[in-house]
Design a protein around this ligand. Structure first.
Ligand code: FAD
Length: 448
């Protein structure tokens, strides 16, 4: 119980982990590269708001943090699809009562930092991890004035995000450390739809809005002040792309013709597009995640994924939840604990990375396709008839924290294969609600 724990990074995952460890009585020090966002009006980092769903909620509830987050969360019960012809179609996410939540990244992070401090964690801001001496687990941090701080931890967690400095030191100084990073050909740019009169919402607030346009898309999540944060996912190259839209006229013409309703709500679209940064989307896989009984990667530092399932943070929070379960099981045996953490979580990290990439293709290419919408209707029908046998992939990932990501991936691949076969039927549009189709699908499911 006397272990000195060091956490690198006071982001979402590092801050939650600190709460978990303090509740166990460990001495916890967190070292964060940035200044204290609670004192500054700096942006809290990537993306203004995030979708928080059941895996993340379970992890927050376990340490009593959810009651502080619920008041700042906006429930979103489904997808509001904005079609090119201006029509809107609403697709509920799951069964009644199932929803995801739009939460401000900054407010969430600040709340978790404060809760960690209240539990007794020490936060050290403007400390950038630079070097690691693995022989004695000594981490070297550079402060804003250029001076160095050397910290030795009995147990160190790297929660310093997708471009983790601690992970890089592991990779540089250890043979056979496996590292893979890949970027998709798309970047993203955030745009804001301002609140209407008296802070009112200019669109339905309890939905995640999507403008799918085959090779690109815009999404929007509500904020408590009545605004929406939109994210344009757009190719870097090609036509249209970030590269092809050059002149003011081209930018305006593009938005007006492809996102007509959203553009009407953003009078300053041109300056937003010109001034807001374009950011890239990376998937990071690595192995090992742990070193003996004294070091572990967690959150994006272990598994950065593309955001199309809204699971990066939820997955990182689930890392904390699983670690806690393993603390119950292994007590102080951190050697066994970290090994099992890695054995359990590495396949799940890989699986959600793949699911997220698949969902990118689905959201981009398929949600506007009538055949795909029919497929989804059939799946929803089978699910309502056989809720335990057929759970859609989205619901497994988003609303079923008891299903591991790796199992959700296997299940979803089997279901997709069945659906692909079914959708080849030429009469599917007329027979999809028939008992014959139901029986056929269930028969396929049983033939594992
Ligand atoms: C566009 C976009 C949308 C997303 N939407 C969602 C969503 O809807 N739902 C969801 O669940 N996830 C979403 N994600 C993913 C989510 O943002 C990440 O999974 C999550 O932020 C990971 O948390 P983390 O604490 O591991 O890393 P981070 O949030 O990156 O935090 C890392 C922390 O470490 C600090 N740090 C970095 N380097 C150092 C260093 N050298 N020394 C000390 N400190 C350091 C950073 O300043 C930061 O505070 C989205 C991501 C993107 C890009």
């Amino acid at each position: 119980m006397s272990k000195r724990v060091v956490i690198v990074g006071a982001g979402l995952v590092g801050s939650l982990l600190a709460i978990y460890l303090r509740r166990r009585g460990y001495e916890v020090n967190i070292y964060e590269r940035r200044g204290d966002m609670r004192l500054q009006s700096v942006a809290a980092g990537r993306s203004i708001n995030l979708a928080l769903s059941d895996r993340g909620i379970r992890a927050l509830e376990e340490v009593g943090a959810m009651e502080h987050i619920r008041p700042i969360a906006i429930p979103m019960h489904g997808r509001q699809i904005h079609q090119p012809d201006g029509q809107e179609v609403y697709q509920p996410y799951g069964k009644s009562g199932q929803y995801i939540n739009s939460v401000s990244r900054g407010e969430l992070n600040k709340t978790l930092m404060t809760l960690a401090e209240e539990q007794g964690a020490h936060l050290h801001f403007q400390h950038r991890c630079q070097q690691v001496n693995w022989s004695n687990n000594q981490f070297v941090f550079e402060k804003a004035d250029g001076s160095e701080v050397r910290v030795t931890g009995d147990l160190v967690f790297a929660a310093d995000g997708a471009f983790s400095a601690a992970r890089l030191q592991y990779q540089l100084q250890h043979d056979r450390f496996q590292y893979q990073q890949s970027y998709i050909d798309f970047g993203y740019k955030e745009l804001t739809i301002p609140a209407g009169a008296n802070g009112s919402f200019q669109m339905e607030p309890h939905a995640l809005h999507i403008w799918p346009r085959k090779n690109y898309m815009l999404i929007a999540l509500p904020n408590p002040d009545g605004s929406f944060t939109c994210t344009l996912f757009f190719p870097y190259e090609g036509d249209p792309s970030f590269a092809s839209l050059q002149t003011d006229e081209e930018i305006l013409a593009f938005f007006r013709s492809h996102f007509t309703d959203a553009t009407a709500l953003m009078p300053d679209i041109l300056s937003q597009y010109r001034n807001n940064p374009t950011a890239s989307l990376v998937t990071v896989k690595c192995y090992p995640w742990v070193l003996g009984d004294r070091f572990a990667l967690i959150g994006d530092a272990a598994h950065a994924i593309v955001p199309f399932f809204g699971q990066g943070m939820n997955c990182g929070f689930e890392d904390c939840f699983v670690l806690n379960t393993l603390m119950n099981k292994h007590g102080e045996n951190w050697d066994a604990l970290l090994q099992e953490y890695q054995t359990l979580r590495k396949p799940d990290g890989d699986a959600i990375a793949e699911l997220a990439l698949n969902n990118f293709l689905e959201m981009r290419d398929r949600v506007a396709d009538p055949r795909f919408l029919l497929q989804k209707k059939i799946e929803a029908r089978i699910h309502s008839q056989h809720p335990d046998l057929w759970v859609p992939a989205y619901a497994q990932v988003t609303f079923s924290p008891h299903i591991r990501y790796s199992d959700a991936l296997i299940n979803s691949m089997r279901q997709e294969a069945i659906m692909q076969q079914l959708m080849t039927r030429s009469d599917i549009e007329s027979v999809w609600e028939s008992p014959e189709i139901e029986a056929w699908v269930i028969d396929k499911l049983h033939k594992r």
